[in-house]
Ligand binder design. Structure first.
Ligand code: ATP
Ligand code: MG
Length: 363
């Protein structure tokens, strides 16, 4: 069986460090591993409209931002098809058929959707499109026969929903769709990177992000004002590591080489943590180190982005080429789905023949 990747992001803002460690970095590694037959990355504009229907301009403007972020982290359009969700109507059509295989109560139980409804104050006025986006996401995944979906932890319930739809579809209509596997980051700190404010998740909607495209001085400012341990007031005080996002970011980003380069007094991250917990290590020193670590990783990303920013029409060409390939792949799957569901009247010579014979014999 082919090994196929499908993943994507909502064009609701620029991409941030959470996207980077939760999914983007892995995508680039997988892309360059040569182990996959096909890789699709989707800019999920139709999904972004499910909770931004009153602000289509925001979605429209952010498509290029997400595309630039992809290219800047090393997504290579020669190896990966980058496409725009709304330009592939087959995805919507699949969603319509899959809706019959999912119950309302099943959607209501989805913990990510529950949390997002709360975050957006949708409790009494949930748009139907938003409520059903896990089904639409199952269409995105299955349309490309994806075997592997590299995403952050918040996407686990979505992949489970997609797997259930595949099983249900195949058991009712015959073996047609492929069950996808989720691929989570190996590093625990990357499963759900917290925001700079210490909140559980760095998220565009929460405004607690360090963006991949933030200039160096903005990154530094955000790092220096990051949430740490509120009880660690004086340098001598013992500090807490748990819930201290500066250390979570170091878990996610720092390497042994970073210590040799920027903080040679400490052998590794554990030594730094030990000192902080003992007392006698100030937040400023740790934050300065984190800033160096982040700048080192972000600098080449920013530089590549600036190159692509000089040629926006070329970026749109890349999107158009990727979308064309994705369209054909999704069309192929939709045909198979409709055949399996027997909604292929005009191509079904057998159906026409049997019905002709039936009426002929009645004459
Ligand atoms: P929004 O607030 O509009 O939902 P978002 O910041 O949550 O935006 P998405 O586009 O919903 O971003 O997520 C895209 C991908 O990035 C998903 O695979 C998701 O799991 C991953 N991701 C997003 N935020 C984080 C994070 N803080 N840590 C790890 N992975 C993340
Ligand atoms: Mg999200």
């Amino acid at each position: 069986m082919s090994k196929i990747i499908l993943t994507g992001d909502r064009p609701t803002g620029k991409l941030h460090l959470g996207h980077y460690v939760g999914s983007l970095k892995r995508r680039v590694e997988l892309q360059n591993s040569g182990e996959f037959d096909e890789i699709f990355i989707m800019i999920a504009d139709a999904q972004a409209l499910t909770d931004n229907s009153d602000n289509p301009e925001k979605v429209r403007q952010n498509i290029i931002e997400v595309a630039l972020d992809y290219l800047s982290v090393g997504i290579d359009p020669e190896k990966t098809h980058i496409f725009i969700q709304s330009q592939i109507p087959q995805l919507t059509e699949l969603t319509f058929y899959y809706m019959n295989l999912v119950t309302v109560s099943r959607l209501q139980r989805n913990p990510t959707v529950k949390a997002e409804i709360q975050l957006r104050n949708f409790e009494t006025s949930i748009p139907v499109g938003f409520f059903t986006y896990p089904i639409s996401q199952a269409s995105d995944i299955t349309a490309f026969k994806a075997t592997t979906v590299p995403v952050g932890e918040d996407q686990e319930p979505m992949i489970e929903q997609a797997r259930e739809i595949v099983r249900k579809f195949n058991s009712v209509y015959g073996e047609t769709l492929v069950e996808p596997d989720i691929l989570l980051p190996d590093n625990k700190a990357c499963l759900r990177l917290p925001g700079t404010d210490g909140k559980a998740k760095m998220s565009k909607s929460l405004g607690n992000c360090i963006y991949l495209s933030d200039p160096a001085d903005v990154v530094k400012k955000k790092v220096m004002s990051m949430y740490t341990d509120p009880e660690h007031i004086k340098v001598e005080d013992p500090g807490k590591i748990e819930g201290n996002c500066v250390f979570t970011y170091l878990d996610a980003f720092s390497t042994p080489e970073d210590f040799a380069e920027f903080l040679p007094d400490y052998e590794n991250l554990q030594a730094l943590k030990d000192h902080y917990q003992r007392g006698g290590l100030g937040d400023v020193k740790v934050k300065k180190f984190l800033n160096n670590v982040l700048q080192k990783q972000l600098e080449p990303i920013r530089a590549r982005r600036h190159e692509y920013e000089k040629n926006i029409p070329e970026v749109y060409d890349i999107l158009q080429r990727g979308t064309k390939i994705a369209y054909e792949a999704a069309d192929e799957t939709l045909k198979e789905v409709k055949n399996a569901m027997k909604i292929n009247y005009f191509d079904d010579a057998e159906l026409i023949k049997i019905q002709s014979e039936k009426y002929a014999s009645e004459e």
